[in-house]
Design a protein around this ligand. Sequence first.
Ligand code: ADP
Ligand code: MG
Length: 364
Amino acid sequence: MDDGFNLLMLKANAKTLGLIQTKNTVEQLVHAAEESQQTYATFLNDVLSAEIKYRQDKAQEKRIKEAGFPYPKYLKDFDLGFCKSISKKQFNQLAELTWIDGVYNLILSGPPGVGKTHLAIALAYHACERGYKSSYTTMQSLMQCLKTAEIDRRSKTKLNRIKKSHLLVIDEVGYLPITAMEGNLFFQLISDLQEQTSIIITTNKGFEEWAEFLDDPALATAILDRLSYQCDRIKMSGKSYRLENRKSFLRRMVKMRFKKNVSAELRAILREQLHKYKRENKDITEEEMKELEDWVAAGNSPYDNPYNGYREDGWPLDFISTIRDIEEENRWFESLSEEEKEELRHPKPSSTFEELDLDACLAE
Ligand code: ADP
Ligand code: MG
């Protein structure tokens, strides 16, 4: 039999056995073996290792796809310099993921924009890479799912996946009020997941406020009781992140986003946008207009957010409202006492990185 025929047979056999990688790369594998004069054992081992690696990569891809992240976020991009409420040591502990093996929960609380969603997604993404099955959902979409599981096949599938996950992220808990029926469904789910699935909750609410948005103090206590059985809570204070970065950040962004080679065509478009912007925003002051013109002259659109990449919801989307927001925040900052300013400048790392004392938390 000649080699060509052997290769064809090899491919067909690999296919029958479901060895996709071997089937696709058999020529390279054989060629590499001949070149390096491998032993039979090494060759066979290389073939099997490549197949295993291929399957692991595929499985990881599938885990990430099925987790349902709204967008990817990575631990490597999480800047601890920005987020002063987590120490390097705590961050490393989180990234080790052993807490998932111990079925610990994690509650990330704090105001908008401090990186709660970023950290939650990044941890779950990392968990997918490490072989854990993860699911992401917002509280709102979870409620929708729980209410329609009986009649909607997609909701049922999503719930089944959640129940089989090692890690579940529930984002934005407490942003919207919850009806009594939803509260009970939520309690049921948390009970079902107890001791089998780790949960990361992000919330803008303190524990004492849970009773309010759940509209039922007894239910709130019951849910928190289950969640906090094995749980760490990180209070992410955001003021420092904003205050320390905003003021200088704008300048930095303007500089950073200065584009050297702005084509004549782009310039014309930007000029057009500037006219349109002026027509739409008649209340711009002269000073603001000067800043805006500099921004556009540097090759940026007036509709660009100077914080590009740092905000999806809630923050202003264009240049003028961003500077106004900064000014307002600065005025607010100036109105604080020296003591309060100091505290915002140097927030303390979260001290709550041990098991929660529920009674103390509720009494907060
Ligand atoms: P939250 O969920 O607390 O409202 P996000 O996680 O959505 O805030 O963060 C808002 C934006 O700021 C995101 O684009 C996020 O990537 C970014 N961000 C927040 N904190 C950090 C940080 N410490 N390091 C890097 N990016 C951050
Ligand atoms: Mg968020």
